[in-house]
Write a protein that binds this ligand. Sequence first.
Ligand code: NAG
Ligand code: NAG
Ligand code: NAG
Length: 497
Amino acid sequence: MAVFKTMATLALAATTASGKWIVPGARWYDTDGNIFNAHAGGLAVDRDSGRFFWFGEHKTEEREEGGGIACYSSEDLATWESHGLCLEPVEGHEYISPDNVIQRPKVQYSEADKKYHMWWHADDSKYSLLLQGHATSDTIQGPYTFDKAVAPLGNWSQDFGLFTDFKDGRSYALYSNGDTVEGRDNYLTVFNEELTDLDEVVYRWPKFDLEAPTIIQTEKSYYALMSHKTGYRPNNVVAFRADKLEGPWSQPFMVSPAYTRTFSTQSGFSWRIEGTKRTTYLYMADQWDLNSIWESRNVWLPMEIDDRKGTLDVLWHDIFDLDVKTGVWKPVKGKEYFAAKHAKLSGDAYLQEANFANFGRIATGIYGNESKATFEVQGAGADQWVSFYHQNIDDMGFGDQPMGQPDRINGTWQIRRISSVIVNGDEDNVHTLYQKDTHKGVILSTPLKLPLKKGKNTITVGGLDNGFDVKGADLDKLVVYPPEPKKRGKGHHPHTG
Ligand SMILES: *[C@@H]1O[C@H](CO)[C@@H](O)[C@H](O)[C@H]1NC(C)=O
Ligand SMILES: *[C@@H]1O[C@H](CO)[C@@H](O)[C@H](O)[C@H]1NC(C)=O
Ligand SMILES: *[C@@H]1O[C@H](CO)[C@@H](O)[C@H](O)[C@H]1NC(C)=O
């Protein structure tokens, strides 16, 4: 029981009712107003303060790899304070130079040697090393000191995950082992107590060719989530269930509605919140943007798990209110405005029959400055989240093609369209809305925070240049959310010991 239980208890003591919302796929900012820049990350808990720490890859427009590991801390998983880089790249270093790949970091505390251990996928830019990197620190926020990069039990390692069993505190490395014909397995390997090395392989998923692994544990089961290998293009994440880590593991099954490509995300981490009222499971994923990896978004969503049926579903909500103390989360309710009922269309934009859309029609032909959709909505006189439900069928049409292909003749992978969003005719403040590709007939949403007046507002959606064209995605509806409540109070410091 030891390690994890203690930490979980501390985590609960440190937190307060959230009053803060989690907005998956939005641009997140830290408490200094900078972009939350920590991709393919993992969560850990400071055993002294009980604060949550998130570790992820730091990416910039100039440097998408080798930017080191950024860390942030939070009491509520919604408000994040930056601690800068807790593993800095070192010029000329064999494994952590800016030319290296330093991916998917995970941190865990070892009771046996009283240190925090960071492990990650360590590589060169060609992915020819396939190693696991290791660094340690006496404090959770670092700085972490590089120790080594190793081949786990003499084998290859690519996407790295780390799982700690809350029943016995043992930690495990999860990794895919590369793209060669001999590889393409996924490993679950137990760490020694000190977390300084791997002991032995506990299970191997043979030849599924999956990546981005994470395990979530319930009282009865383990669920291993992994994505298919389609680079930075999202696909349908699958899960396996087992009573024991050694298996037998179930057949893989999808964790989200088919063709949503797991809401345009890739798995990577998950977290169990054992609250005072309920236990909540979070799916913590990346919404990569192939055209600008550095500004990819984080998507955290609740998972619904039914151990009797052996099912796990990632649930989409535009916004949910999570109380990390009680474990209770609630979707936030907004007001819907449908394109088919409430939009005024200009230029060549028009409503087209679409049996999958609300009222059987979707607004299409949104293009540049001339062909737009304007919605009249009610505001509350605040910055408010507005979710735009779209279809963008420049899709990747995964078929037999491992990497997919554009499914229109001579199509070009666009990955996303970009719309301009103008509030109350204020053309000096154009908001940019990224609209990921979707399968045909699949509608997904993206949130934007917009300054709304009290009473009537107009929201006008046009098309912006995405490097290929100035098309906006097809629009089904907008949902306008109430203003975010003020934080309900400051967290008190936990008792330790
Ligand atoms: C390395 O991985 C491959 C593929 O999973 C496996 O067949 C082989 O036995 C492993 N080698 C060692 C030394 O574990
Ligand atoms: C839209 O208008 C802006 C200025 O108002 C202009 O710079 C831009 O080129 C226009 N874009 C298109 C696609 O017409
Ligand atoms: C395909 O698209 C490219 C770039 O958009 C264009 O240059 C080319 O002429 C197109 N080919 C055909 C056969 O339409």
